[in-house]
Ligand binder design. Sequence first.
Ligand SMILES: [Zn+2]
Length: 345
Amino acid sequence: MRFELNEKSYLAELERELAIDSVTGQYHELQDYFIKEIKALGFQPEVLRKGGIIVDAGGEGDPLLVTAHGDTIGLMVRHINDDGTLKVCKVGGLYAYHTERENVRIHTRTEAVFTGTVQRKNASVHVTEDELNKEVADFDKNSFVVLDADVKNAEDVRKLGIEVGDYVAVEPRFVYSNGYIKSHFIDDKALTAALMELLRSIKEGTVVPARKLYIYISFYEEIGHGGSAVPADIKDFLAVDIACIGPEQTSSEHKVSIFCKDSRFPYNLDMTRELEASAKEAEADYVLDIFTPHYGTDADPALVAGFDVRHGAIGPGVRASHGYERTHIDAIKSTYSLLAAYVSK
Ligand SMILES: [Zn+2]
């Protein structure tokens, strides 16, 4: 039986989540949003001390934890340059060439927000030698943030309240067109939004957990320790994250992928087979895939932290991961159907 995603509700949820900046470590606003929404659905969220939300979604026996991460890659002010531009460094795997000419928001310690753009030192074609035009963007060499403010030196910038250590979030540029979802940070808000839809379905009774189910919104996946603090009684850990598309990848923007292995570990064989059986039952269009050399999910740190659990991962095929990402609603629908079937089993 196929579990149908409420497309309208899902897209509205995704857009709301994308509009809230949440670079790893800068989780408060998004966490507050989730707490409010989860309580409105009648569930009681538990909040981790380091940031993160765990929801007991009902069911009994053999606890299964399903997670997606609310944190995104982003930037931080590294140094205020003498000319009033900002040198930035990456938080997680966000490279300069994926942020060129993107608008950004700078979040200060006093919660003021300033806007700016990532620019090259030599940004204007007309007055730049060809050699420099061909240079790859690099935050240590030729790329920085230009503020939308009349600042001429570092002192002017500091007067605004901007300081070293301030978070700099890239505007997601969400677009939905002909079934295609285009945005920064589809990784992993496409899936936190899917988990919120799952909670809605559980509340409405269209999905009934067959075993105890925890939903976990992590805020530290992009730096590798989101999965290290989870309830002690869990038996299985399922990460829902993006399936990267590339040469020799089976993943597709129209399908859900079941992960066999990432850069760190093979996923639990029994659990992978169960997920495949659920995909068939759920009439989900699925593929099996492997993700190397630069990929791990929040399921990996759970094992490293010492939890004796089985781990698995699934997710929609996503193009241009950590860049301007794209997927299709088909892949989200198949991911949702597989997920709903697996927790109902
Ligand atoms: Zn991710």
